[in-house]
Structures are given as C-alpha cells and as structure tokens.
Design a protein around this ligand. Structure first.
Ligand SMILES: Cc1cc2nc3c(=O)[nH]c(=O)nc-3n(C[C@H](O)[C@H](O)[C@H](O)COP(=O)(O)OP(=O)(O)OC[C@H]3O[C@@H](n4cnc5c(N)ncnc54)[C@H](O)[C@@H]3O)c2cc1C
Length: 463
C-alpha cells in the first residue's frame, strides 16, 4: 500500500541528513529519508584493531558558520578534535623530494619549489588584464595569470587533492568561484587577497586562514550518525530508489510517488533529491515529459578514487611526518595523488600514538582513473614504492586497507553551467521538486551543510 508523507528526501549523505534535520526542527512534519545503503554517504569511518580510518573525508574545515552551528546544536562540540599545529605545514613533491609549501612572502622567495623565473612571473600577476573568457578551464586561467610552473607545482597537485581532478578539465568559475571574483572585481588575485570584502564570500563563509580544521574523537561519521539518530524512524536505509512518478490531479495538485527496490511505495508533494547525478540519470522517471533528469542532465564525470590506509611502526618511517601531508604533481609521474599524515593531525588514529603512524594515500582520480580499480596486490606494491621513495617507509605496513570509490566526486568541468541550468529548469517545471547535493554549489562537507540549511530556511543556497 502506498503511504503518504509531507516530505521525501532521497539520499542520506550529509546533504540529505542535514536538510531532513533542519526541516523537521522548524516544524514537525511526516517525512521519510531513503538511502540505498546506510546513512552518511561519503562520510564513513572504519574502526579496525585500534585504528580509526576515514574512508571518505579525512578532515572537515569549518569554513562556514552553518556547519559550526550544526555541530554545536547536535551537542558534538565536546567530541570535536582540532588539528595539531603541524597541519599548517603542507608538502609538495618536486624531484621526488618533499618541499614545504611556503607560508610567507619571505619563505616564497627562498623556496626551491619554484624557479626564479616562476617567482618573477608571479610578481607580474597584478599587471595582467582581466580575462574575457567566461568559462575558462582552471589550467588556462592559472597559466594566464600565474604561469605554467605555478600550474604544474601548485595548482595541479592541489586540484588532485581536493577534486581528484585535472585543472585542464575543471571550470575556473564553477570549481573555484572566488578566483573569478578576485580577478573580475579587483583585477588581480594578489591585490584581491588584500581587498576582499565579506560580501564577496558565500553566506556564512569565514576567511580560509581563520577556519579551524577538525575531526571527531570517533571519526567524521560521528556527524552523520548523530543526524541519523535525530531523524529516528524516518530513516529508511537499504532502500534504493528505482522509480519516481509524477502525478497531476484534475485540481492541478502535483504529487511524486517513489518506489524502492525493497517494494516500498511512498507519495509526497515535496521531494528533495540528493542523489549523485549519475544515479539521477539511471532512475526510471515517469510523468516528467522531456524535463526529467535522464533526458536533461549532461554526462558528468565522477572519476574513480581509491583510499589506501597504511599503518606503520614509527621506526619504519624515516620522515618525521611533521605536517598535514604531501601532494604530488602529475609532472612527478608517481603513482599516488597525495598522502595525509593522519596520526600527526589528530590523536587516537592508531592503537598507540607513540609507536605507530597512520598514512592515508589517494590513488586514481582524473589523473589515473584505471589505477584506482586495479588489483589489490598491484595497488599496495605501487603505493608502497612511492611511500618508500618519498617518506622512507620500510618493509610491510602493520595495517593496510583499500576503499574504492568507483564514482567519487563530481567534476565541475568547463560547460558545467549546463548542469545548473538543467536543475533550475526541472525545479521550475515540477513544483515541489528540489535538487541538493555536492553537485551544486560546492563539494566540501561545509558547502553541503550550508546549502541544505539555507534550503530548509527557504533561502537561496547560492545567492
Ligand atoms: C574519498 C573522498 C574524500 C573526500 N574528502 C573530503 C574532505 O577531506 N573534506 C571535505 O570537506 N570533503 C571531502 N570529500 C567530499 C565530501 O565528502 C562529499 O562531497 C560530500 O560528503 C557529499 O555529500 P552528499 O550528501 O551531497 O552526497 P553523498 O555523500 O554521495 O550521499 C548520497 C547518498 O545517496 C545514496 N544513494 C545513491 N543512490 C541511491 C538510490 N538509488 N536510492 C537511494 N539512495 C541512494 C548513497 O548511498 C549516499 O548515501 C571527499 C569525498 C570523497 C569521496
């Protein structure tokens, strides 16, 4: 029998859970939140033999007040751990050596990370004219403003770390909107850094330098577990949505009925879809005419990414691991995209912090998608080759674990505006239908939270 409720949310990642929590907090409503697997989506913490392993996001940077308020409201402040001060040190690999990313103008002048030519090129940035191409790739934007070497040794590894992406494909405007604001409003990224005003940032955003980096004592899944607990029996995990049907009564009233693999059928006037775009494209849509996600949405790349956890005895790693981690430019032709030094960031990630260290390496992404899905033995062998060369790891790790994300993170590529336009057009055509998630207005956890809270407050998530 079909059950009726005020709101249905599809997808219980951080976006769906936050939207659900915020909507019922304001006013009790009947609602159901379906997830094909378990609540949490990308946020997933594994506890194994005394190790705390993040298989999705490892660190949460409190870049906006919406996330800080949510953590406080959920009573999670006491469980929050702030990253150690060493997290300010970030390493980039050049010529197979870890070089600290310069944190001050003096350090920039001295760093061997960039050649003299590249440094001089950077000083020319304030004199370069504003670009006129509205949808330029990030690589073209950086080449134009900062030069080729800066693209190769700063932006390429950074983008691999954030998006598992390739700057040649990502849209500067869609993936890093602040860059375009600085260029168009202040005429320069460097000048803009000093002139930026609060209204240039997204609502609730803090300057990055002031945003604390955190996790929770029991890992990042604590956040989504607590939200799911608050939502109680409204949660329907293990319920993969297979079909969505739009119905219109003679009175003009619109409703949406949802069918799941488990045979559940629910109907609502308000449907919030937080499923990845490739999932939306694969669902059966009935009654939507030509304005359905399978027909409207362009193909969006979600490259595969694998997360490789390696635990070592302290004495088996030569490098002091005195930083956040290392990022590896494509030009270095190595296997891994980057590696986090988790045990240097937060306590309690290993069974005994004085004797063990935990590394989290990322492989695949847009740079090397096939490698992410390769055989376990090959993955460990090739990743360990890199950690041995770069960090001086010796022998077999005491812990190793691979987590595969066959479709990890949506790439906000050049022409991504088509996705935004399609979503807006479908929302306009189908009253009560809403799309929220990491495919719109930012991929980071704080972005997803901000968008969900603002949606629940009836505000435009992206003003
Ligand atoms: C490996 C990795 C590392 C990351 N690192 C960081 C980081 O360090 N910091 C950071 O801020 N961000 C990080 N991110 C990005 C961030 O975690 C995600 O963008 C964000 O969590 C996405 O949340 P979401 O709710 O929009 O989507 P998701 O978490 O993808 O949730 C979508 C949900 O939909 C469900 N679903 C799918 N199909 C169906 C169906 N047919 N029916 C019902 N349910 C379905 C899924 O099970 C899932 O739970 C990382 C992401 C990954 C993958």
């Amino acid at each position: 029998m079909q059950q009726s409720c005020n709101i249905i949310i599809a997808g219980a990642g951080i976006t769906g859970l936050t939207a659900g929590y915020e909507l019922i907090k304001k006013e009790p409503k009947t609602f159901v939140l379906f997830d094909g697997q378990r609540p949490g989506g990308a946020l997933s913490t594994v506890h194994q033999d005394g190790w705390t392993l993040e298989t999705g996001p490892n660190t949460i940077v409190l870049t906006n007040t919406y996330l800080t308020a949510l953590i406080s409201e959920l009573g999670l402040e006491a469980e929050t751990l702030s990253a150690d001060r060493v997290s300010g040190n970030r390493f980039i690999v050049r010529n197979k050596k870890l070089i600290p990313l310069p944190g001050s103008p003096g350090a920039f002048l001295k760093t061997p990370l960039f050649s003299l030519r590249a440094k001089l090129r950077l000083f020319a940035e304030p004199f370069i004219k504003r670009g006129t191409d509205k949808d330029e790739s990030l690589a073209d934007f950086v080449r134009r403003r900062l030069g080729e070497e800066f693209l190769t040794y700063a932006i390429n590894p950074f983008v691999a770390g954030v998006y598992a992406g390739n700057p040649e494909n990502l849209s500067a405007r869609m993936a890093f909107p602040m860059l375009k604001v600085l260029e168009q409003k202040y005429g320069s990224l460097i000048k803009g850094q000093f002139r930026i005003k609060p209204e240039d940032r997204k609502p609730g955003d803090l300057p990055r330098a002031e945003a604390p980096m955190v996790t929770f004592g029991q890992g990042n899944q604590t956040l989504t577990d607590r939200l799911a607990k608050k939502l109680g029996s409204s949660m329907k995990p293990g319920s993969r949505i297979t079909r969505i049907t739009k119905k219109e009564k003679k009175t003009g009233e619109i409703s949406y009925s949802i069918e799941t693999e488990t045979g559940d059928s629910f109907i609502t006037n308000s449907l919030i879809l937080t499923l990845p775009l490739h999932v939306l494209k694969g669902i059966r849509w009935t009654g939507f005419g030509d304005l359905s996600p399978d027909k409207m949405l362009p193909e969006v790349t979600y490259p595969p990414l694998s997360v490789v956890h390696l635990g070592f005895r302290r004495e088996d790693v030569a490098h002091p691991l005195d930083g956040f981690g290392m990022l590896i430019p494509a030009a270095e032709k190595m296997q891994i995209l980057g590696c986090l030094f988790n045990s240097s960031l937060f306590p309690g990630r290993t069974p005994d912090d004085s004797n063990f260290v935990l590394l989290t390496c990322f492989i695949g992404g847009s740079r090397n998608p096939d490698f992410a899905m390769e055989d376990e033995g090959d993955v460990y062998r090739r990743v360990l080759e890199d950690t041995s060369t770069l960090l001086g790891t010796k022998g077999e790790p005491v812990l190793k674990r691979i987590t595969r994300w066959p479709k990890a993170i949506p790439q906000y590529s050049v022409a991504y505006q088509q996705v935004y336009d399609a979503l807006a057009e479908m929302e306009k055509a189908h009253s009560g239908l809403h799309f929220l998630g990491n495919f719109r207005n930012g991929i980071a956890v704080p972005d997803c939270v901000r968008n969900a809270v603002r949606f629940a407050e009836g505000l435009n998530p992206s003003p």
